[in-house]
Design a protein around this ligand. Sequence first.
Ligand code: GAF
Length: 390
Amino acid sequence: MTNADVSTGDLARAGFADRFGRSPLGVWSAPGRVNLIGEHTDYNEGFVFPFAIDRRTVVALGERSDRAIRVASTFAPESVEIAIDDLTPGAVDGWAAYPLGVVWALGASGADLASVRGVDLFIDSDVPVGAGLSSSAAIECAVALALDEHWALGLDRPALASVGQLAENRVVGAPTGIMDQSASLLGEADAGVFLDCRSRDAEVVDLGFAAAGLSVLVIDTHVSHEHATGGYAARRASCEAGAAALGVPSLRDVDPGDLPRAAELLDDETFRRVRHVVTENRRVLDTVRSLREHGPASIGALLEASHASMRDDFEISVPELDLAVATAVDAGAVGARMTGGGFGGAAIALVADDLVETTSGAVRAAFAAAGFREPTIFTVAPSQGARRDG
Ligand code: GAF
């Protein structure tokens, strides 16, 4: 599938017509994201700096005369149908929990769904699944925007991001933060979303990658990560335990200058989890400032320090991600780091346009030499957030 197919929504329209035997009323789309920097800081009420990418999930929507929601997609042979009034956490699972979870979350967030008619939804996507590029948030945000507009609910984008997060937390069952949905809904072309996850203040900041002759390489290691199980919840629990032991509401309230005291109060592992979050918040602020003052070629050391912190203090990297980062940097990348929740997924490298091929080749060769599965490597561009496509 090409990006053009997905971004025009043609496959979603055709899929809708094929499955449901009529044309859709409209088509909406939302992108995946790359997090430039600020990892595991969102649920600690800290700072993040992701951008929306040119890989999108498209949802085609058609109205029904009853109050059922039916979802189908190119990646699932069977459609799933449930009455709006029967939707509760636990009533749906698998991929359908993402779109149907959004319907539940809209109602749980106070939207008046008492008199709305049901809908059929057909979903198509070229956001890679399992790469840590937020394919799940892309589904949630495309569906949330489509339903908000179709049902005239009048929610703004930050509210829709919260709806997506609620669906993910309660219906999918992953205790994730607000970053991914915010990037997908608030992203703009050539820009990052600098978000304060406590106040929810969001600033769109020019990245200037293209003008500086820089590309963002995504190196998908194909090491699978799973947020609902795995270590994500354990890391979140460590952060909450660290904040409680330090007597603060969240790790946002801990400054780098407080770390010596934290080292005395906390066990070594909890201290290192805390140190990652505290220093990562500072790196986000430094990255935004450095970008503005000196341009994107100046942020490499911050990206690498972020990766080292995730590898050594937060312990969410894997050998494949470490190798991808080290090899990209050795090949001349401005900087590189793993992106997303960790335990697998993808690394990113900020690379001069004319080094994209050699850097990709070097990473492939290093993976082969290490006996790792061949990675999938591609470039992404900072792109527009969720929108109506027709
Ligand atoms: C995942 C989560 F969904 C985000 O909320 C965030 O915590 C991220 O991991 C780590 O920064 O993408």
